[in-house]
Design a protein around this ligand. Structure first.
Ligand code: S3P
Length: 428
């Protein structure tokens, strides 16, 4: 349980942990490359630890050097060994969905389990295309729910048209594509985050992008090469402070070395459209671009977030909804359906918690309708076991009158273990 009081000032240079999506991929892809990869700034949240533990269980050594860097001794595309017991992936959808893609091409059986939340999340979106490639997969409701049992098999390429813009679906099929004969293709309705494409290209895979279609050649006996990777700060973690900096009365912060991959910066675009005072400086990096993000208190106006923008800000919707409560006018956030199958039903958790704070928010079909500005009142709310709902509620508590309590807040550790320390160090 966390108690929060209203703050009036936010200041300083903020350094958030490594990007969660990139960290998962760095562990997975280094493990199936041949040789030692060195990773700087790997996120050590619970989700990423689930991925690390799964690969350790399959015979991969993962060590931290004296400099804090992580060294992963990759054993090659077929170098994993059959795990002992189940692979337990906790709360992490990215671990389960991407790992299924790698396991589809192995020569052994594995059983994947998760916590209560992960066991309710749909897996058909990856298991069905992987079965079409040749993997044998079992799980409740026609391989839709964990526990999932997968038997790796020789894989054939497919051309998959995904109905949802999901980087997890795209990445799972691309990882299986490394093991397939010929060229595997995935087409998505809108572009989702492209970290897998960038990292596999860096490790030597042959990937092409044409419009919304990604193709990947099977490695056919070749191996991925080990690499050194520098993981940028996670823009989805930074977003909590970007939003707080925008809506608190007196703020000026600088979030350093933050990832600004264009498939992830929807939050910056929406905030700028709302009139936020945000500057990106010291731009660098090409594998994954980075910048320092300077944020100052701002006066906001309402915006309309379109369905096609959603993949670039999917995890930031709780925060955009909060921000909209402080903006002049009616904000619409369209295409929110996918939020219903996140770590919790986030349409429900956002609606319930922001209403508890006194916000004027409704859901109409697949759209959030939020009227602002509204002065928020402190409340006692639940996390729904969801890290992003918990942290959004804490940020709301920072601008609400009176006291706020966020119950069951331990889930924050899945993505952002030092969130509260950073908040306490910079807010007054
Ligand atoms: C992720 C993709 C997104 C995102 C999740 C991480 C990834 O999920 O919500 O937090 O690392 O690929 P979907 O691809 O299912 O939208």
């Amino acid at each position: 349980m966390i108690h929060i009081e209203k703050i009036s000032l936010l200041r300083g240079e903020i350094s958030v942990g490594g990007d969660k999506s990139i960290s998962h991929r760095a562990v997975m892809i280094s493990s199936i490359a041949k040789g030692d990869s060195v990773i700087r700034n790997l996120l050590r949240g619970e989700d990423c630890r689930a991925t690390i533990d799964a690969f350790k269980n399959m015979g991969i050594s993962v060590n931290t050097g004296a400099d804090g860097n992580t060294i992963i001794r990759g054993k090659g595309l077929k170098g994993l060994k059959q795990p002992e017991g189940n692979l337990y992936l906790g709360n992490s959808g990215t671990s389960m969905r991407l790992l299924l893609g790698i396991l589809a091409g192995q020569d052994f059986k594995a059983v994947l389990k998760g916590d209560l939340s992960l066991s309710k999340r749909p897996m058909k979106r990856v298991t069905h295309p992987l079965m079409l490639m040749g993997a044998e997969i079992e799980g409740a409701d026609s391989a839709n729910f964990a526990p999932i049992t997968i038997y790796g098999r020789p894989l054939k390429h497919i051309s998959h048209k995904s109905l949802i813009a999901s980087a997890q679906v795209k990445s799972s099929i691309m990882l299986a594509g490394l093991y397939a004969d010929g060229k595997t293709m995935v087409t998505e309705p809108y572009k989702s985050r492209d970290h897998t494409e960038r990292m596999l290209t860096l490790f030597g895979a042959d990937i092409n992008e044409e419009g919304l279609t990604i193709s990947i050649e099977g490695l056919g006996g070749k191996e991925l090469k080990p690499r050194q990777i520098d993981i940028p700060a996670d823009i989805s973690s930074a977003a909590f402070f970007i939003i707080l900096g925008t809506i608190v009365k007196d703020a000026e912060i600088n979030i350093i070395r933050c990832g600004i991959n264009p498939t992830r910066t929807g939050i910056i675009k929406v905030l700028k459209d709302m009139g936020a005072d945000i500057e990106l400086v010291n731009k660098a990096g090409d594998f994954e671009p980075i910048a320092d993000i300077i944020v100052r208190s701002s006066t906001l106006k309402a915006v309309k977030v379109l369905k096609e923008q959603v993949p670039s800000l999917i995890d930031e919707i709780p925060l955009i909804a909060l921000c909209a409560t402080q903006a002049e006018g009616t904000t619409l956030i369209e295409g929110i359906g996918e939020l219903r199958v996140k770590e919790t039903d986030r349409v429900n958790s956002i609606l319930t918690n922001l209403k508890a704070f006194g916000a004027d928010i409704e859901v109409g079909g697949d759209t959030f309708i939020i009227k602002g500005p509204k002065r928020l009142q402190g409340a006692s709310v639940e996390s729904f076991g969801d890290h992003r709902t918990a942290m959004m509620s804490i940020i709301a508590g920072c601008i609400a009158d009176n006291k706020t309590i966020v119950n069951n807040s331990d889930c924050i550790a899945t993505s952002f273990p030092n969130f509260m320390n950073i908040l306490k160090a910079h807010a007054r």
